[in-house]
Design a protein around this ligand. Structure first.
Ligand code: AMP
Ligand code: MG
Length: 336
């Protein structure tokens, strides 16, 4: 391992040291990049009102400038000024789900850098739950644009170690407050379309949003069948560098599979399935699988395997977010 170049400050997730938070806020105020934990994944934060600071996020990640960033604020009250209109439904959704893993897409205020919104007229806003994230935003007194703290198209980070592996030397500071609780990126709900629609499924389910919206919103963007028809959205995302395939439980004895293959079983599957594999990780229920999924991919990717095989969970509503990420991290085995 080369000597790390980006400093890592270890902080308590519940009561982060104010000195560490001040140091991180100072980096943000000066236009730098700080990785910090939200409840979804680690984010790579910068001042969302500064083109220069936001540009550095895209450079560090190697992210396409057409992919907008989510802007994080510390409370409902501080969110309102960053949208040019604030409909009643935004108020009710925010009251119910913030702080939490729900991003609301609204018409943007001119204060937000247009690089953060990929040149578009809308902004994605969210209040994260962890004290580290909210203390940082409050201390910097700025909205913080923060995509996942990984190189573009790679596996998202749920531990500070994952961030350092991908971005050491490319960012200014990492706040390490341990594993993220939710583990899958936020549900993104577009309130500028009529009717509102989900652009990215997450752990807040369409049926939960229906309690406020009065109807179950459709999932409109980013599901793989849609992505294939839509230019500019990459179907392979969240992917390990080891070739990573998905297969049904009945395909595991495929003679073409390299000997040194790792297996990731998501959902309840027959225990016989695991027999032939050197490394097996099993994630049975959504509550357990969502926080553990990216770490499982990171760990299998670090084993120098020739391939990783992932068996997806059933196509049922409670698995919608995990299936979305899994389908985009893998290719079908018959395309191997
Ligand atoms: P991440 O890569 O985790 O930063 O997620 C950013 C994602 O949030 C984007 O890929 C979009 O799906 C969504 N998003 C953020 N801002 C907007 C916006 N203004 N309009 C539509 N989607 C957005
Ligand atoms: Mg990401």
């Amino acid at each position: 391992m080369p000597t790390p170049r980006t400093p890592i400050l270890v902080v308590s997730p519940d009561a982060p040291d104010p000195d560490a938070i001040c140091q991180a806020a100072d980096v943000i105020e000066r236009g730098g990049l700080v990785a910090f934990a939200t409840e979804t994944v680690y984010g790579l934060g910068a001042n969302a009102t500064s083109d220069g600071a936001v540009r550095r996020i895209f450079e560090a990640k190697g992210r396409e400038s057409t992919n907008p960033l989510i802007v994080h604020i510390d409370s409902l009250e501080s969110a309102r000024p960053f949208a040019s209109t604030w409909p009643d439904v935004a108020e009710r959704l925010a009251e119910r789900f913030w702080p939490g893993p729900l991003t609301l897409v609204l018409p943007k205020s001119p204060v937000i850098s247009s690089l953060a919104t990929a040149g578009g007229a809308t902004v994605g806003l969210r209040v994260p739950r962890p004290a580290v994230a909210r203390d940082l935003i409050r201390t910097a007194r700025l909205p913080i644009a923060a995509p996942s703290a990984n190189r573009s198209l790679r596996v998202s980070p749920t531990l500070a170690r994952h961030v350092a592996k991908d971005l050491d030397g490319r960012i200014d500071l990492i706040l390490d407050s341990g594993p993220t609780a939710v583990g899958i990126e936020s549900t993104v709900l577009d309130l500028t379309s009529d009717p509102p629609a989900i652009l990215r499924p997450g752990s807040i389910l369409p049926t939960e949003l229906a309690e406020i919206l009065g109807f179950v919103p459709a999932i409109r963007g980013q599901v793989p069948s849609f992505i294939n028809k839509s230019p500019g959205l990459n179907p392979i995302h969240y992917a390990p560098s080891t070739p990573c395939f998905r297969a049904g439980i009945d395909q595991l004895d495929d003679p073409e599979l390299p000997e040194n293959t790792g297996l990731l079983l998501v959902g309840h599957h027959n225990p016989d399935a695991r027999r032939a594999f050197a490394h097996v990780i099993e994630l049975r229920t959504p509550d357990f699988a969502e926080p553990a999924f990216y770490d499982a991919l990171h760990r299998l990717d670090e084993l120098d395997l020739d391939a990783i095989l992932v068996v997806p969970p059933p196509d049922s509503p409670e698995w919608v977010a995990l299936r979305d990420r899994l389908l985009r991290a893998t290719r079908p085995l018959d395309e191997a």
